[in-house]
Design a protein around this ligand. Structure first.
Ligand code: ZN
Length: 509
């Protein structure tokens, strides 16, 4: 061991994470990290201790506090917090932002050498303007600093793996839940394997396979068919002493890496043949269920017609329209106008609450007095190619500032209450509406720009959820026109996964 405290391990930890929707023109800047989560050194260390908030306002405990907890429980680790930066999903990071955060991480790392090991929390689907495979660039730069010191990494289940990044990591573990609710477990497992490798109790031996699959959405949840049995299989494997971890990475379907696709990774304790065999088995299982497709989503017009019919029978609870084309938590801008337009055209008599991100409209409204009636354009300002702006006439009902989402205004347009936000409208919880004085119980229709997590929180209010496809950056087929190096299912009817896998892992031309 390299340090001054005999018998103890000196382990550093850091995070640089954001999920990028490559189709969104809204660049992610340092300000987006600063306003959500950006901590350094001792400040990070304090945030990761028991009872503290790791990412205040978002998650009390996530990967880094999970890692810290596992190391504290082990009792033989000296922890070195480096830096942690996490932003809301959106468009690619500006080059300046990526360079600044990478430099910060590497400087922190250099200053803390010598170390015995490093843990990094990455997303795995981060994009940077003008830079291909940025997380491999980051990992390679980290590797230059740490040499052959063990490096454990956790990634989101929506990560894209490449041979380049596999080469740079010693240990890789992904979330085992979708939607994700096991950040702590994932990091604890990574900590256990890293510590085992350093203590010589484990010989982590990894095999991976990659699949030409571009499938996301409702058929990829861990607790529903068709993926449920595969997730169960992975948990059963991990209960065997010789299997240290098994992960499936489903990629972010709005990533533009030319080598995009699903991957499976199995790590055994020293048994390469078994790791290969199990990775092969999991890849086959994922491939076999690829044809299970989710139902088609309704158009906004059909969804509103349904809501009109149901209003007659409505007693308790609202209809929730999930705008699957503009999912903010999957990196969409949040400024599409398809649902709003359909509500204004066919939603008469429906009291509806609608979120909309539009900094330009907020700027315009901020100077007006509450109660003012005015005509202005809303939507389509961040992503004019994605959606048209809509001219509306309404009354300004409220102005306020909310952490994370910055300034917000409520504009009443007939029966529609439009919540216009400067920052991303995170409609995961009903408090998005109640925080601006809109009682969710009084609404006939709630519109959310979220895909799944909202369902848990809206359960008491919502008697029916209708998924709506308008047109936006999170349509399942939105990235199908990008230039991928391999044919991908379901863009193409790919019969075999092995030829693509062999090329991606460098085993064939
Ligand atoms: Zn994810």
């Amino acid at each position: 061991m390299t340090h001054a405290n005999p018998g103890r391990l000196r382990l550093a930890y850091a995070r640089l994470a954001q999920e990028t929707n490559a189709l969104s023109p809204v660049l992610t800047t340092l300000d987006d990290f600063d306003s959500m989560h950006h901590l350094r050194g001792e400040q990070l260390g304090r945030a990761c201790e028991r009872g503290a908030q790791e990412a205040e306002g978002f998650l009390a405990n996530a990967e880094l506090s999970g890692f810290v907890r596992a190391c504290r429980d082990a009792g033989d680790v000296d922890l070195v917090p480096l830096s942690s930066a996490w932003a809301i999903p959106s468009g690619p990071l500006s080059r300046e932002c990526f360079d600044a955060l990478t430099d910060e991480l590497l400087e922190g790392l250099r200053a803390q050498l010598p170390l015995d090991g490093l843990y990094l929390c990455l997303h795995g689907a981060m994009g940077v303007e003008g830079l291909r495979d940025p997380e491999s660039v980051l990992l390679e730069r980290v590797r230059e600093v740490i040499g052959d010191m063990p490096l454990a990494v956790t990634m989101d289940l929506h990560a894209n793996l490449t041979q380049r990044r596999m080469n740079a990591m010693d240990i890789i573990v992904g979330y085992a839940t979708n939607p994700h609710r096991d950040h702590v477990r994932t990091a604890k497992l990574a900590a256990k394997i890293l510590r085992g490798k350093l203590r010589g109790t484990y010989t982590p031996t990894t095999a991976w396979r990659t699949l030409p699959l571009l499938v996301g959405g409702g058929t990829t949840l861990d607790f529903l068919p068709p993926m449920r049995s595969i997730f169960r299989r992975m948990r059963r494997l991990e209960r065997r002493s010789e299997v240290l971890s098994a992960s499936v990475f489903m990629c972010h379907v709005w990533n533009d890496d030319p080598h995009l696709g699903w991957s499976v990774v199995v790590t055994t304790d020293g048994d390469q043949a078994k790791a290969e065999r199990l990775a092969e088995e999991l890849a086959d299982r994922c491939w076999k269920v690829r044809h299970k497709r989710p139902p088609q989503f309704a158009s906004a017009e059909d969804a509103i017609a349904q809501a009109q019919r149901m209003k007659l029978r409505r007693k308790l609870g609202t209809i929730t329209l999930a705008d699957a084309s503009d999912v903010v938590t999957a990196g969409a801008p949040g400024d599409t106008t398809g649902v709003l337009r359909a509500l204004l055209d066919g939603g008469e008599g429906l009291r509806a609450y609608v979120p909309m991100r539009d900094p330009r409209a907020v700027e315009r409204l901020w100077g007006e007095a509450v109660g003012t009636k005015l005509t202005l354009e809303v939507g389509g300002s961040l992503d004019p190619e994605g959606s048209d702006a809509l001219e509306v006439t309404g009354q300004l009902r409220r102005k306020q500032e909310v952490p994370g989402m910055k300034r917000q205004c409520v504009l009443r347009i007939g029966d529609v209450h439009l919540v216009i936000t400067e920052g991303p409208p995170l409609t995961i919880r009903p408090s998005f509406f109640s925080d601006v004085g809109l009682d969710p119980w009084k609404a006939d229709v709630l519109v959310v720009k979220n895909f799944f997590p909202f369902r848990i929180f809206f359960l008491p209010h919502s008697r029916k959820t209708i998924y709506v496809k308008t047109k936006g950056r999170t349509d399942m087929d939105a990235s199908f026109g990008l230039d991928f190096a391999e044919p991908l299912y379901p863009i193409a009817d790919v019969a075999e996964w092995r030829p693509t896998d062999a090329r991606r892992r460098g085993l064939a031309d």
